[in-house]
Design a protein around this ligand. Structure first.
Ligand SMILES: [Mn+2]
Length: 318
């Protein structure tokens, strides 16, 4: 069942303590969503804690609030809220306690969302932080610089600094409101998009050296092997953004990044210019957005490449 932001806010108001869950491999949108919601609920006199079943990358250090992200679960709460997480599996190890809880909410922007909570609100905005903004407005929360910075971080992350085609009038109108609170967008840009470790730079080189092209150069596949992660000293979370580089290559319509998680187990990220990335990921039981999606694929490396090439050949549009 679909719930409007208004009904969602009304239901939330019935409770006074919340555990908020961000997705693993946390990004600016999920952390911005979770932390802004925590600060907003606290302004209403409620209690809220943020949980993420993963390490928070160093680039979030510029935010004082990042210390409020917990990895180990603790405490008791009236209700649970999942943010920016299309499937329950995205919240990692917390899925079991989430599933057992009666009072659950989710607020998300992925069209593939499986509506795994009791109260589900999915609005197809560019960033989930646009939805959190709408929720905080509905709850009557007065924004401040901290909340505005967190929300702007989510919007800038998921829109590639307002440059992706998912940007709408709403994106800009929320951003305009947030700018009233002196958000330092240069700091967000630097920390989200520019800053990197030496290890990441090295892994980037190792990965791009082995880029492979198929379907007359319309499909580009990069593979981040466990071996190269070890060789470079980088972390698997450092690969975020690699795929976006690939999409800038002349003639590439579909880009895939295969991140080797375990032997014969890959996390595939899909990017497309015109083709349906959600449909391509769907073949492997994954999903996401029309131009950006993901799936987990098992199999021998060359078989995975063959299957992916075939799948993309079926869905490619040019
Ligand atoms: Mn998001």
């Amino acid at each position: 069942m679909k719930t409007s932001i208004k009904d969602f806010a009304q239901k939330l108001n019935n409770y006074s303590s919340f555990a908020i869950f961000c997705h693993y491999r946390p990004d600016g949108d999920t952390l911005g969503s979770g932390l802004a919601l925590k600060l907003g609920l606290e302004k209403l006199g409620k209690c809220a804690e943020v949980f993420c079943d993963d390490e928070v990358p160093n680039r979030f250090d510029f935010l004082e609030e990042v210390k409020f992200v917990n990895r180990e679960f603790f405490g008791e709460y009236d209700a649970f809220i999942a943010v920016d997480s299309a499937e329950i599996g995205r919240i990692g190890a917390y899925q079991e306690i989430f599933d057992r809880k009666k009072e659950t909410f989710l607020l998300d922007h992925h069209i593939s969302n499986t509506k795994y909570a009791k109260t589900n609100t999915v609005i197809d905005n560019a960033a989930n932080c646009e939805n959190i903004y709408a929720l905080l407005k509905e709850l009557g929360v007065e924004l401040d610089k901290k909340i505005a910075t967190l929300l702007m971080m989510g919007i800038m992350t998921d829109t590639g600094n307002f440059a992706h085609s998912n940007v709408t009038e709403n994106t800009f109108s929320v951003a305009k409101e947030l700018m009233k609170y002196e958000v330092e967008i240069n700091a967000i840009n630097f920390n989200m998009f520019k800053r990197q470790s030496k290890e990441r730079a090295y892994l980037f080189g190792l990965t791009m050296e082995k880029i492979r092209f198929f379907l007359d150069g319309k499909l580009a596949i990069i593979t981040v092997s466990k071996e190269n992660i070890e060789k470079s000293g980088a972390k698997s979370s450092d690969t975020e953004g690699f795929i976006d580089f690939v999409m800038g290559i002349d003639g590439v319509e579909v880009g895939i990044c295969l991140l080797e998680m375990k032997t014969e187990n890959y996390k595939a990220s899909f990017r497309t210019k015109k083709s349906d990335a959600n449909a391509i990921a769907g073949v492997y039981g994954g999903g996401g957005h029309v131009k950006a999606s993901g799936a987990i694929i098992n199999g021998m490396y060359e078989d995975v490449i063959d299957r992916l090439t075939y799948t993309v050949s079926q869905y490619i549009e040019d």
